[in-house]
Design a binder for this molecule. Structure first.
Ligand code: GLU
Length: 504
């Protein structure tokens, strides 16, 4: 027997940017859909007009695209259950509420805020175990109610929670069965007096209408779930499976906040994290493949994700782990991909590229000297944590003969024992002059320099420190032979001359 097709949704409210908690919810929904051959739906929950903005919607869509979480139905895409923004679905909520009114499963309530406050106070004073709405309007005769509506009296619409409903049990795929005492559920509002639906109503009308089979969302919504189940039951719609996922905490175990650093997806993007690495990192905040694997590529996530490996304990964010994962993804790229998607775009943004004026995009720039970028990528890939790291590590290659010297390095490697440094640089120059333009490759350069310590009877470290500072301006540059190959013979010889000036 074939199971019903899985349909899940991510339903952000555009009241701010896409935060990492929301992004992780989106990832789990996406991965669950993909792993089960289902559909992933994106819906914009913009019913709160005071806090939702179109700008935030666009930011969220951009972040979803950057994360590579492609949706099957939703804004920009359409689908059979559209529209996919709640503000465009108000008629549907109205229709559903009217149906419940007609069936006697909902009723208009005329209680003023003052009356509600008084009732609440009285319930508190008499220590009534039921502190919710006192069901004052539940039994008003429908004809009488209609008269009051026609007379213009403001009213809300409340759902009629069956008095004999018994406990409401949420069968949660992460938390197991969670029981709520139905006696504590009052007849809650599904439509406000201003004619807008409440979240608990609109979301269920949509989820039912869109055929959502699994609701995967943050556990801050667990307490809303019994109310939502009441709405499903009133609508006569099947109740989906719920999976409430834990919060993401800061590394210190406290609630995640700005104090812990970046919280929105775009901040991570701007800091130079790769989308693939970031998705991998977030997926592991609360889910694991096998309890130990840290590198879980997107395709593995999309085929192996399952709710039974989701933890119910809060996950702590771990910036060092993110850095490690990102560095691993970078190190594992091939040189051309690294050059075209990381290295060259960063060098362009830093104003170092394009060296040749007419090439503009990364692929064109790469094509001007592929071997050069491949070699630079080869030495930078294992030394890069986030993309912008390549800028400072490459800058010395773009300065011609006039490399910027790091003063501490100059002192240590050149001027501390200037006479000795001059001897080293002179010998280096003679050795390198023996390497022709055609032979100018890292291996030949290394071979020419390798003999110097013995020849000069100096420690290897002393010799190479001076040459490195002369060629690269500092002592922490990438491997020397490769750096010098990239600089080219002419620039290398000129840099030796310039460093010798400092040793006089
Ligand atoms: N719009 C709600 C939120 O952003 C979605 C809640 C849900 O997934 O039901 O929190």
């Amino acid at each position: 027997m074939s199971e019903k097709q899985v349909r899940v949704r991510f339903a952000p409210s555009p009241t701010g940017k896409l935060h990492i908690g929301g992004a992780r919810t989106a990832i789990y929904n996406w991965a669950f859909a993909r792993a089960n051959g289902g559909k992933f739906i994106l819906r914009i929950d913009d019913t709160d007009p005071t806090r939702s903005t179109e700008e935030n919607t666009q930011i969220i869509l951009r972040a979803m695209k950057w994360l590579g979480l492609d949706w099957d139905e939703g804004p920009d895409k359409g689908g059979d259950c559209g529209p996919y923004s709640q503000t465009e679905r108000l008629d549907l909520y109205r229709e559903a509420a009217n149906k419940l009114l007609a069936e006697g499963k909902a009723y208009p309530c005329f209680c003023t805020p003052e009356k509600l406050a008084e009732d609440k106070k009285a319930a508190e004073e008499r220590h009534d175990p039921f502190q919710g709405y006192q069901r004052t309007c539940r039994n008003i005769d429908p004809a009488e109610a209609q008269r009051r509506i026609d007379a213009g009296e403001p009213y809300t619409i409340r759902i009629k929670v069956p008095l004999d409903r018994g406990d409401v049990i949420v069968h949660d795929a992460v938390h197991g069965d969670v029981t709520f005492n139905a006696r504590e559920l009052d007849d809650f509002i599904i439509f406000r007096s201003d004619g807008t639906p409440t979240y608990n109503f609109a979301t269920v009308v949509d989820d039912a209408d869109m055929g959502i089979t699994h609701i995967i969302r943050g556990d801050d919504h667990l307490s809303n779930t019994p109310r939502q189940i009441m709405v499903y039951e009133a609508l006569g719609a099947p109740v989906p499976t719920f999976a409430h996922i834990s919060m993401i905490l800061g590394p210190d175990g406290k609630k995640l906040s700005k104090r812990h650093g970046a919280t929105s997806v775009e901040e991570y993007r701007d800091q130079g994290y790769l989308a693939d690495a970031f998705v991998n990192y977030l997926a592991l905040l609360g889910w694991s493949l096998d309890g130990e694997t840290t590198i879980v590529p997107r395709d593995v996530l999309a085929s192996q994700f399952s709710l039974d490996h989701v933890s119910k304990n809060p996950a702590k964010s771990d910036p060092e782990r993110l850095n490690w994962i990102n560095a691993t993804y970078l190190a594992n790229m091939d040189n051309q991909t690294f050059a075209q998607t990381v290295l060259i775009p960063e060098l362009v943004s830093a104003g170092l590229e394009p060296v040749q004026g007419n090439a503009t995009d990364a692929d064109e720039i790469y094509a001007t000297r592929p071997g050069w970028y491949d070699l630079l990528s080869e030495i930078l890939r294992p030394r890069t944590t986030v993309s912008p790291d390549v800028i400072e590590k490459s800058r010395f290659l773009y300065e011609g003969a006039n490399v910027t010297f790091d003063q501490k390095s100059v002192e240590k490697g050149l001027t501390k024992d200037a006479a000795q440094s001059a001897t080293v640089l002179t010998a280096a120059k003679t050795a390198l002059e023996g390497v022709s333009e055609e032979e100018w490759k890292a291996a030949a350069i290394d071979a020419a320099l390798e003999v110097l310590p013995e020849q000069l009877d100096l420690k290897k470290r002393v010799v190479f420190q001076s040459i490195r500072v002369a060629e690269c301006g500092n002592m922490v540059s990438p491997p020397l032979g490769e750096s010098m190959e990239l600089l080219g013979r002419e620039v290398c010889l000129a840099r030796l001359d310039r460093a010798m000036e400092l040793c006089k």
